[in-house]
Each structure stands twice: as structure tokens, then as C-alpha cells.
Design a binder for this molecule. Structure first.
Ligand SMILES: [Zn+2]
Length: 230
């Protein structure tokens, strides 16, 4: 499918789930970006997706990187990721860093946004992005950290995506979503067995706006970030 046709199709949708590992979990009225961290050939089916080497799964990184480069240019691949840094996993740190940098370079080359996975490594993430500043929009997915971290990311013009953590009124994510500028956030379901509509509903309650206002805002944010170069 031509990129322009795909884009016309996706911007007419109601809901945007910018990070999910489930297929067909969302209603027809939703654009779901399926996050793949292996088996990148699946992208050739035309499924709307993002492709990236996840820091948890880097065993076959040479092969994965080759496949990533092979399929990431497809028009239905909307972003590079999830990729990033994770201090809680066993993967060698230097390897995480070097593969993350390779993926920043790939995102720049293809002019596609980056979707970032970051666990207990925000200081390292920020200093790495200082040295290897992406030329494309950057979204930190599954954000559930305090406002001070949110503010640092926002100050660098990054976007934050919130998932089921916002259904817990006590979570840092809920506080962060309350204060984030409207043009800086996205919503997602990740691995959770919920519909994106539920996350939209939670977001509307937290921001004390209507669900229609969330829908309009996220359509606008999506259009801004995922516009195509072709
Ligand atoms: Zn994920």
C-alpha cells in the first residue's frame, strides 16, 4: 500500500493505541501500532506496526539488526522501537547502548519516530540522547515515573505514552498525565488485556476533560508525530 493512502486511512480513525503486543485486540475504529521485537518479516503482511530490538531480547542481535534494516522501511512500519535501555534485565549494558544507538541512526535515516523502552535508566537515557540526538520525534512508552522525570523529557520535546498505570489513581503515571501538556502525550495498552477505550476513559477522568476532547487531542498528536516523509 502506498504511504499516502495508508496515512489517509489511519488519520480517519477514532482511537490510537500507539503500543500493543496484541493483534486484533482493539475495535475497528482504532489504529493499533503492533510492537514487534523479532520475526520482523511479519511486517510484510502490511500490519500497522513498529519494529525494534528490545533490550530483553538481544541474543541474535546481528541477525535481528539485519532483518530490522530489511523491513523497517515499509510504509506500514510507523516507528522504530521499542528499543532502549533496561537496568533490570540481564542483557549486557554495552550491548544495549550500542544497539540503541544503531536504532537511533536507523530512525534518523528512515525519518520515522522512535518508541523507547526505559527501565531505571533515565539519567543514562538522557545523556545518551545528548550525544546521539534523534532527528525524529521520540516517545517514551509505558511511562510511570515521577513528574520531575516527565518534565525533563518534555523539556527535550519528547512525548510520553501512558498505559494501564493510569487506571491506578495512586500511580506516578496518573500524576504525570495530570500535568503533561496536551500536545505531549499518547495512550497505549502494551501487554494488558484491556481495550484502548478504557485507557482513553481513564485519561479523560484524570485530565478532567471529555473523552471526545481526548480523542481530538490524540488525533492531532498522532498526525503531528507520525506524518510521513514520502
Ligand atoms: Zn511493550
Amino acid at each position: 500500500m502506498h504511504a499516502n493512502n495508508l496515512f489517509t486511512r489511519v488519520i480517519q480513525k477514532l482511537y490510537y493505541n500507539i503500543h500493543t503486543h496484541h493483534l486484533n485486540k482493539d475495535a475497528e475504529s482504532t489504529v493499533s501500532i503492533r510492537s514487534l521485537y523479532g520475526d520482523f518479516m511479519q511486517a510484510s503482511s502490511g500490519v500497522v506496526c513498529s519494529l525494534g530490538l528490545h533490550p530483553w531480547y538481544l541474543e541474535d542481535h546481528e541477525q535481528l539488526l539485519k532483518e530490522l534494516e530489511q523491513f523497517a522501511g515499509l510504509p506500514n512500519v510507523l516507528a522504530i522501537g521499542e528499543c532502549g535501555l533496561d537496568k533490570l534485565c540481564r542483557t549486557d549494558w554495552e550491548l544495549q547502548v550500542s544497539l540503541f544507538i544503531r536504532q537511533i541512526e536507523l530512525a534518523n535515516k528512515l525519518n520515522k519516530p522512535l518508541i523507547i523502552h526505559c527501565v531505571r535508566a533515565f539519567d543514562e537515557l538522557l545523556s545518551l540522547l545528548d550525544k546521539h540526538t534523534p532527528a525524529v520525534p521520540v516517545i517514551v512508552h509505558g511511562f510511570n515515573k515521577k513528574n520531575v522525570i516527565a518534565e525533563k523529557l518534555i523539556a527535550r520535546r519528547m512525548y510520553l505514552s501512558f498505559g494501564t498505570a493510569i487506571t491506578n489513581g495512586e500511580s506516578p503515571a496518573t500524576q504525570a498525565l495530570k500535568h503533561i501538556p496536551a500536545d505531549r502525550f499518547f495512550l497505549e495498552t502494551d501487554n494488558a488485556e484491556v481495550g484502548i477505550e478504557d485507557i482513553y476513559r481513564a485519561a479523560a477522568a484524570i485530565r478532567e476533560i471529555t473523552i471526545e476532547a481526548v480523542i481530538l487531542q490524540l488525533q492531532q498528536n498522532f498526525t503531528t508525530v507520525f506524518k510521513y516523509s514520502k
